[in-house]
Design a protein around this ligand. Structure first.
Ligand code: FES
Ligand SMILES: [Fe+2]
Length: 371
């Protein structure tokens, strides 16, 4: 393991032990994260969520616009989620201060008299940019005390390749730091052990693989390739179209893994995000869309089982991580995890110095492992 990776792992382990709110929890700020499903906010309902240890209250204005505020009244800190939404303004339950839900700006303080000089409009509750995509409410998390960039980039969107398609959403919580969730997601070597099943593959099917990777901005790509011939779904896809199947898998900071499988007119596109909730809790949100003739009712239980297998493993791993063991990253199976840690460290470094981010890969690389 390189010294840099060892240091990062150690730093993460150390920060996981810190309990003060100011301590760096190893989160990447200034990115979009999915907070809740779009369907959860409707009418005048207020919903709470937590991203990067920031408590949020989310809702929807009567015009249908989703909003996300810090779930804390700037007056005395009571959660705004105990208040009331009238379709545009959120009223705190304690002293009735009212805030514009989309900007966080205070518009009324009921206790003020006509003599009072307080400039109500200069008071803001914390609020965050908010966009809906693929059935999620995404929130752009910028660090406390930091300015939003002049133009906030668009929230991530799942790639789709036809007008009509099926879509499913699944999620599960993992009792671990987001780094463990992410390296679990990009780990090729656990498949034959954790995901053994009749429909996917058997342990005995383990064989050597060589995959080419290339650098992409803020991440890396498993170059388009023919997927593993020992996986039944891919064999099925090839059989249906009579054409070859091409798979492209990308990882992009802070937490996005996308996979696109295409064969003739048929396609399958999925995205998994691992979102930091707290330093000891993260959540996988998995969304998949496809135009293959596979009903949602067939696909869902398989995907659910797959995710559940990962979740159980991570719950077991968290038992061991409580005691802060030293960990290893080995070549080539863990090289993607090393790239992740290096990407993260280099991004933080470039933000600190203002210099361009150095990509840890300088060109295409072939990795070999058995799985
Ligand atoms: S605490 Fe919210 S109005 Fe006073
Ligand atoms: Fe897995």
């Amino acid at each position: 393991m390189s010294e840099a990776v060892r240091t990062i792992l150690q730093t993460n382990a150390d920060s996981a032990r810190e309990t003060t709110a100011e301590a760096d929890a190893g989160f990447l700020w200034d990115f979009w994260y999915p907070a809740v499903r779009s369907a959860e906010i409707a009418g005048q309902k207020l919903v709470t969520a937590m991203l990067l240890e920031v408590p949020l209250v989310l809702g929807r204005t009567s015009e249908g616009k989703a909003f996300a505020m810090r779930d804390s009244c700037p007056h005395r800190g009571i959660p705004l989620s105990y208040g009331r939404l009238d379709g545009k303004l959120l009223e705190c339950c304690y002293h009735g201060w009212r805030f514009d839900a989309c900007s966080g700006q205070c518009v009324e303080i009921p206790s003020l008299t006509s003599q009072d000089k307080l400039k109500v409009e200069r008071i803001f509750a914390g609020h965050f940019p908010c966009e809906e995509r693929d059935g999620y409410v995404w929130v752009y998390m910028n660090g406390q005390g930091t300015q939003l960039p002049e133009t906030v980039p668009a929230a991530p969107a799942l790639a789709v390749f036809s007008d009509k398609y099926k879509i499913i959403h699944l999620s599960c919580e993992l009792p671990s730091h987001v780094d463990q969730g992410i390296i679990g997601l990009m780990d090729p070597a656990h498949g034959p052990f954790v995901h053994q099943s009749w429909f996917w593959r058997k342990r005995a099917s383990i064989h050597e693989k060589a995959k080419q990777f290339e650098p992409i901005p803020n991440g890396f790509r498993m170059s388009p390739h023919q997927p593993s011939a020992n996986s039944a779904p891919y064999r099925l896809l090839a059989k249906m179209t009579g054409e070859t199947v091409t798979t492209t898998i990308d990882f992009v900071l802070p937490n996005l893994r996308t996979e696109i499988d295409r064969s003739g007119k048929l396609w399958f596109s999925s995205r998994a995000t691992v979102t930091p909730v707290r330093r000891d809790l993260c959540r996988i949100d998995f969304v998949a869309a496809w135009n293959l003739p596979i009903p949602v009712a067939i696909f869902r239980p398989f995907a659910k089982k797959f995710l559940r297998q990962d979740q159980l493993t991570m719950i077991q791993q968290a038992e061991g991580l409580k005691y802060n063991p030293r960990l290893m990253l080995i070549d080539d199976a863990d090289r993607q995890a090393k790239w992740y840690f290096a990407l993260k460290a280099n991004l933080l470094e470039s933000r600190r110095t203002g210099a361009a981010m150095v990509h840890p890969m300088d060109g295409p690389v072939t990795l070999r492992w058995r799985s």
